[in-house]
Design a protein around this ligand. Structure first.
Ligand SMILES: Nc1ncnc2c1ncn2[C@@H]1O[C@H](COP(=O)(O)OP(=O)(O)O)[C@@H](O)[C@H]1O
Ligand SMILES: [Mg+2]
Length: 260
């Protein structure tokens, strides 16, 4: 298999990792209510790669994503976006970094109902006072297949189309990495596979780095790599996943009674 996207050589971009965690731990509560949501997790999200995070409910998937995206504080260890250490950043810098370097896709599309698709896509750039790179925007819009829909309001779009607007919005600022926590969780399987196809295109064609959480083996099969969590630890790391391989691996969790 060939891809047109080559990783940037180490030294040019400061390394191959768009984001990385080293011995990342997150503890909620104390005493009897203490929960180690993440227990010394170390991993790299490589540039131009599509990673899926899987694992039983409560295994720490959302916590990992939130800590890596600077949306939640960590208890110990390191979380970096590119070369920037998040855990020591002041709130203002962290807000800036989230705005400039990170894209988010949520399960609920979070579009503004009074704005049309194009206005929703460019809203974060407008808020940041950044100029819209028209050529890039055109490429993003055609990658996600929204060219004929830019004047439509969210209520005039299907769920799949709305989520594609959200994907385009995340891509518009050319973030270093896009995080999605179950981005297809509210979509039927056809709309879901559409959105996943577009995310994969953004990786293949635009060189985007994407990390999603999913519990769906078919969704995971769109990725280049599946990282499995259980009890706040990485228990497996699968390259070139297929739905069958992922399902097999998940059965291992079921056998241990860990899936809820
Ligand atoms: N804000 C919170 N306060 C206390 N415990 C939390 C909080 N968020 C998550 N947890 C706990 O941390 C663990 C991991 O949660 P989470 O990352 O949401 O798992 P997942 O996304 O894999 O379902 C769970 O045991 C959960 O109950
Ligand atoms: Mg979760």
């Amino acid at each position: 298999m060939t891809t047109s996207i080559q990783p940037v050589p180490a030294g040019l971009s400061g390394g191959l990792a768009a984001a990385s965690a080293t011995d990342l731990s997150k503890v909620y509560g104390a005493g009897e209510t203490r929960v180690a949501a993440l227990d010394r997790v170390s991993l790299d999200f490589r540039q131009g790669e599509f990673t899926a995070i899987m694992g039983p409910s409560g295994s720490g998937k959302s916590t990992l994503m939130h800590c890596m995206a600077g949306l939640d504080s960590v208890s110990s260890g390191s979380a970096r976006i590119g070369d920037t250490e998040l855990t020591t950043l002041k709130e203002k810098k962290l807000t800036q970094l989230r705005r400039d370097k990170i894209g988010f896709i949520f399960q609920a599309f979070n579009l503004l109902p009074t704005l049309n698709a194009l206005e929703n896509i460019t809203l974060p750039l407008d808020i940041a006072g950044r100029k819209v790179d028209r050529a890039w925007l055109d490429q993003v819009v055609s990658t996600v297949g929204l060219s004929g829909r830019l004047g439509h309001r969210p209520s005039q779009l299907s769920g799949g189309q709305q989520q594609r607007v959200a994907v385009a919005r995340a891509l518009a600022s050319r973030p270093e990495i896009i995080f999605g926590d179950e981005p297809t969780g509210n979509l039927d399987s056809r709309a879901g596979s559409e959105v996943l196809g577009f995310l994969r295109n953004s990786v293949r064609e635009l060189g985007q780095t994407v990390v999603i959480v999913t519990h769906d083996p078919v969704a995971a099969s769109y990725s280049d790599r599946v990282v499995f969590l259980a009890d706040g630890r990485i228990v497996d790391d699968m390259a070139s996943p297929t739905a069958e391989k992922v399902l097999e691996r998940m059965k291992g969790f079921d056998a241990k009674g860990r899936t809820s």
